[in-house]
Design a protein around this ligand. Sequence first.
Ligand code: PLP
Length: 396
Amino acid sequence: MHCKLSYCALFLRFFLLRLAQLSINNQAGVVNIMRTLMTPIVTVDLDILENNIQEMGQFAAANGVALRPHIKTHKSSKIAKMQLAHGATGITVATVREAEAMAAAGFDDIFIAYTVVGENKLEMLARLSETVRIGVAADSIYGVKMLSAVLSESDAEMDVMIEIDTGQHRCGVTSGADAVVLARLVEELPGLNFRGIMTHEGHSYGAQSPAEVEQIGRQAAATMRTIAAQLTDAGFPPSVVSMGSTPTAHIVGKEAGVTEIRPGNYVFHDRTQLALGSARLEQCALRVIAHVVSNPEPGRVVLDCGSKTLSSDLGKHGPGVKGYGLIIHKGRVLEEAVIERLSEEHGVVTLSPDSNLAIGDVVEVIPNHACVVANLAEMMAGVRKGRLADWIPVES
Ligand SMILES: Cc1ncc(COP(=O)(O)O)c(C=O)c1O
């Protein structure tokens, strides 16, 4: 758990910065704002964010598929509310803590896309399900029995989605027969409703081309159709068939039988999505602003953002990604500047001869994986038309 700022300090900071109304769109603005904000700072361009959210909402509506975005990307009730305003029918979370934070912020239809095990966590879920509609993933007899057991003391109910492994080989049952066993158990045990099936076709992140992403998405959707048919034949028709991550949402959202998509990263996008061909640079909303703090020898500079800001995530799923982030300086992408090494507060950059970064320069970094960067931040600075517009607390 991160240590969060007190709300008092937060509002004081917010108002001071509101007053400052400093531009960060141009280089002078970036330098200006750094007189008030200390680097490294995680920024979110609110116009880009809104466009991303709106586009996915429109896609889902146009294709008759429900949108239940995964909010582990931002852990922010502000952003989740924007997603609901643009057509999301509910939200997805990964942890019980995220569910708790979102329920406290007023969200009343929450799916935990995770096989929750552990008494304390299950008791928390049971408490939440007394006031909020809670869905949860399960892929084992043990898990289903524990869910029912924890509900036995109350009148509360939970929806259960059976998790299917469509090729990522993380969690999930691999056969229709196993899914039928679990669906039957869910229907038999008190407190549980069998709602449907879900998968995360996260192996799409290992694809080497957009065509391969498409092929993985279609194959996963076909597997889900087959298992849905087997469940229906056995007397357990799934009312929800849920899948779709940022690279595959636009593919599986058009596939027959898929009723819901759960993309998360699309609100920010990142360097991994750029490498996969799932996003363009102008769709990348989240950036880390950093100073060049050292230039010990030609061809090497050091940024004041290290693993505590950028994370150590190399974006290993994505093809062709070198280093820990993409550097932009004065609006120019420095393709050949590689953030080779990180220590906690240092990012060591190897430069090509034509990238002339100097001590004192301010750069933007598009991280490899925006979700983990947001997770490490206590607060993100929302910027609009080059001005600081809002603070976005990271709430769990
Ligand atoms: C179970 C599950 N659903 C949905 C998503 C959303 O995927 P993405 O962030 O690629 O959009 C994830 C991401 O990790 C996930 O684990």
